[in-house]
Design a protein around this ligand. Structure first.
Ligand code: ZN
Length: 424
């Protein structure tokens, strides 16, 4: 594998990195996934004769504050340039958003006099439900093409990256928020302190902030190392996120555990000085559970890399065995986690023939690095593979239901984590 210039620059900056929360030097590895291409940069046919930049995909745990994070390397500009993900293409995600909005209105009584701001509001898949209920909203979205789709649906959207400065500007424009929403954005923020400071500025004195992000406890317990990719800078426990919010004058008063993305948290925060939102006790209970699972001990994090290597070995052995027996394998789900998994495990077209995906925007393209061609799900019915490797294992039940006909020709589903498993 050739080392591009970009990869070399990445290696240099990784060696000098400091914790994005507390600035302590990052020295302890959580997991080293080697060099990997940017997970969402799918390749077109004409890109195949060019070499892709690869960057170190190396997660550290801060020895001082225990935040698990990638060392700084790929710039957010490069990542957001080709951002083609439209949230509304996922039915289950839009439904998740609808239920969230119902829940917030029922619990906190938002109405026509309230102000709701969503950070990284995408195409308005969530805010549309507040608009339907007559609650004033504002989206903040850095990708101009995605924001334009939201505006066209009648959802006012400010095209900018969220920061403390951006929050001050919004407040100056009279946009103080009774509810600040951030779903799957906190983990993607390079300037973590600047971002959380901005929430504190934007939030009204008795307002509520909710954030959703994948839960580090589940990542560790289920060996979900493939949820690590370059766009995803930080990996939070309740323990670390409570500390980070407290450092910016925000108090967590509730938390929910959600099944999304292999296990996520939804945290509820308020201004530390606000007495409106009583503590439910659930944050302390969860932190206690994390301590019992070893998340307050550095040694727990040190073991993870070895467990990940064992998963890789198991998957390689399974696929090489299938090839030896002359069995065919297709993959399902051309998402970021598949790119991490296949590149780290060195699984290319010689072991897995193609990857099927429902999104018409991905079909005809190739997965970065390993360069598996992306086909429609109908291609599976045409080629009748012996095994279907579920890269989007978090959607296993949904996919197995949609693809039940795989069993008609004796095909079987395979999940890669927490260890390779064949489902009868
Ligand atoms: Zn730290």
């Amino acid at each position: 594998m050739g080392l591009g210039t970009a990869a070399v620059e990445g290696l240099v900056s990784a060696a000098e990195s400091a914790c994005r929360f507390c600035s302590a030097p990052l020295t302890q590895t959580f997991v080293d996934l080697g060099l990997s291409p940017l997970a969402n940069s799918l390749l077109a046919e004409e890109d195949l004769d060019r070499e892709e930049p690869r960057y170190p995909l190396h997660a550290y745990v801060c020895g001082s504050c225990l935040l698990v994070q990638l060392a700084e390397q790929a710039s957010p500009q490069e990542i957001f340039e080709d951002y083609v993900y439209f949230s509304s293409y996922s039915d289950s995600w839009v439904e998740h958003a609808r239920r969230y909005v119902e829940q917030m209105i029922d619990r906190f009584g938002f109405d026509g006099d309230s102000s709701v701001v969503e950070i990284a509001s995408n195409d308005g898949y969530l805010l549309q439900w507040f608009v339907e209920r007559g609650v004033p909203v504002l989206g903040v979205e850095p990708a101009a093409n995605v924001a334009a789709v939201a505006e066209a649906k009648g959802i006012p959207t400010a095209v900018r990256f969220f920061s403390e400065q951006a929050a001050r500007e919004l407040v100056d424009e009279g946009r103080s928020a009774d509810l600040v929403i951030g779903n799957n954005v906190l983990a993607h923020v390079p300037g973590l302190n600047d971002f959380v400071a901005g929430i504190s500025v934007l939030l009204a004195p008795d307002g509520v902030v909710t954030m959703e992000f994948p839960h580090l406890l589940r990542l560790i317990e289920e060996t979900e190392f493939d949820t690590i990719y370059h766009e995803h800078f930080s990996y939070f426990s309740a323990l670390t996120v409570e500390r980070i919010f407290a450092a910016h004058g925000l108090r967590l008063f509730d938390v929910e555990e959600l099944p999304t993305h292999g296990g996520s948290l939804r945290i509820y925060g308020a201004q530390a000085g606000s007495e409106t939102h009583a503590d439910t006790g659930r944050v302390a209970e969860l932190v206690e559970r994390e301590r019992a699972a070893g998340l307050a001990d550095l040694a727990t994090y040190a073991h993870f890399d070895g467990r990940v290597r064992a998963v890789r070995q198991g998957l390689q052995e399974f696929l090489e065995g299938a090839r030896t027996e002359g069995r065919s394998v297709a993959a399902y789900g051309a998402a970021a986690k598949g790119v991490t998994l296949l590149n780290y495990c060195g699984i290319g077209p010689e072991l897995v023939q193609y990857v099927a995906d429902r999104s018409p925007h991905k079909q005809g393209l190739y997965l970065p690095g390993v360069r598996l061609p992306i086909r429609s799900p109908e291609h599976i019915a045409e080629t009748k593979p012996d095994y279907v490797l579920l890269l989007a294992w978090n959607l296993k039940d949904e996919i197995v239901e949609q693809m039940g006909h795989v069993r008609d020709w004796g095909g079987r589903f395979v999940t890669p984590v927490p260890k390779v498993a064949v489902h009868e």
